[in-house]
Design a protein around this ligand. Structure first.
Ligand SMILES: [Zn+2]
Length: 311
């Protein structure tokens, strides 16, 4: 980093007793919870390490300093690189090796593209939430929410496509309903009240409904295949359950603000709930991508039966 940027050393607390000197570029300083503007006040258990009042250029520069958003930003920046690399690997090695059809390529591209968009929206929000203009900060927040919906869409598309591989009718029904639901969420987000504190609970309800809707096609899929004794259900149902367990754990950290609720001020930089949420989202997307690879191989080696019931 050029010398002129390294003007002041700021000491931050990591854990209870360790103090780390951090070099902060000129123009950026870190604030306590009491000092930040009201629109940035979301989590009182994170007591220090806030960036605030920054122009866009300094928001970008803050990528390289240690603040309470550093792990949030980098976890999804690395997540983006992971899904980008997976995309390149899928297109050049996995799919050609599996004798994939054109449809397989389209489905993989949609899924991974959605994951990458989700990661980038999140990076953008955590980088620019400290913008001096509240309007800009709010816009990035709306984009972050939209990104989560796109990420969920990226899970549904390959999931529904391969689960109903042999049943074109239900495949279309579920793909269209999922798409309609995600579009409806977008329109809800345009509503000026969507991001307000009063709608906090409604946002959680909408988010859970969009994610929980998957139970319907999943149950239908088990039924179409003849119940839990069917081989395909025994192979893939546990993977769906693991997916939902990761999603539930991620969401619980997100809404309960555990563990920093029990250690206020001690997890400002590392170990906070939002960081765990970010990491679990990457793990969940990766898990679902691997499941899609697995079920695609299964589908290619087990051709569809002549009768159309089997999913
Ligand atoms: Zn986030």
């Amino acid at each position: 980093m050029p010398q002129k940027l390294l003007k002041s050393a700021h000491y931050i607390e990591l854990g209870s007793y360790q103090y780390w000197p951090v070099l902060v570029p000129r123009g950026i300083r870190l604030y306590t919870y009491e000092q930040i503007p009201v629109f940035l006040k979301d989590n009182p258990y994170i007591t220090d390490g806030y960036r605030a009042h920054l122009p866009s250029k300094l928001c970008i520069k803050s990528l390289f300093i240690l603040s309470n958003e550093t792990v949030n930003i980098w976890s999804h920046l690395l997540g983006f690189l992971l899904f980008f690399s997976l995309g390149v690997y899928d297109m050049t090695a996995v799919l050609p090796g599996a004798g994939a059809s054109r449809e397989d390529y389209v489905i993989y591209s949609i899924g991974l593209f959605c994951f990458q968009v989700c990661m980038l929206c999140s990076v953008g929000y955590h980088l620019f939430c400290c913008h001096r203009s509240e309007k800009t900060s709010r816009r990035w927040m709306a984009l972050d929410y939209a990104g989560i919906s796109i990420g969920i869409l990226g899970c549904y598309v390959p999931g529904v496509f391969y689960a109903f591989y042999c049943n074109g009718y239900w495949r279309q029904v579920y793909l269209i309903t999922v798409l309609a639901m995600i579009l409806a969420v977008f329109f809800a987000q345009i509503h000026p009240h969507y991001l307000t504190q009063e709608w906090h609970r409604l946002r959680s309800v909408i988010f859970c409904s969009v994610a929980g809707y998957g139970v319907i096609p999943a149950t239908h899929w088990v039924w179409l295949n003849g119940g839990f004794s069917a081989v395909i259900v025994q192979v893939f149902f546990p993977r769906v359950m693991v997916m939902y367990l990761i999603a539930a754990a991620a969401f619980l950290f997100y809404i309960t603000k555990v563990p920093e609720r029990y250690f206020p001020g001690q997890l400002n930089y590392l170990g906070a709930s939002h960081q765990l949420w970010h990491i679990l989202v990457v793990v969940m997307f990766y898990w679902w991508h691997q499941t899609a690879v697995y079920i695609m191989h299964y589908r290619h080696s087990h051709p569809c039966p002549d009768y159309p019931q089997s999913g």
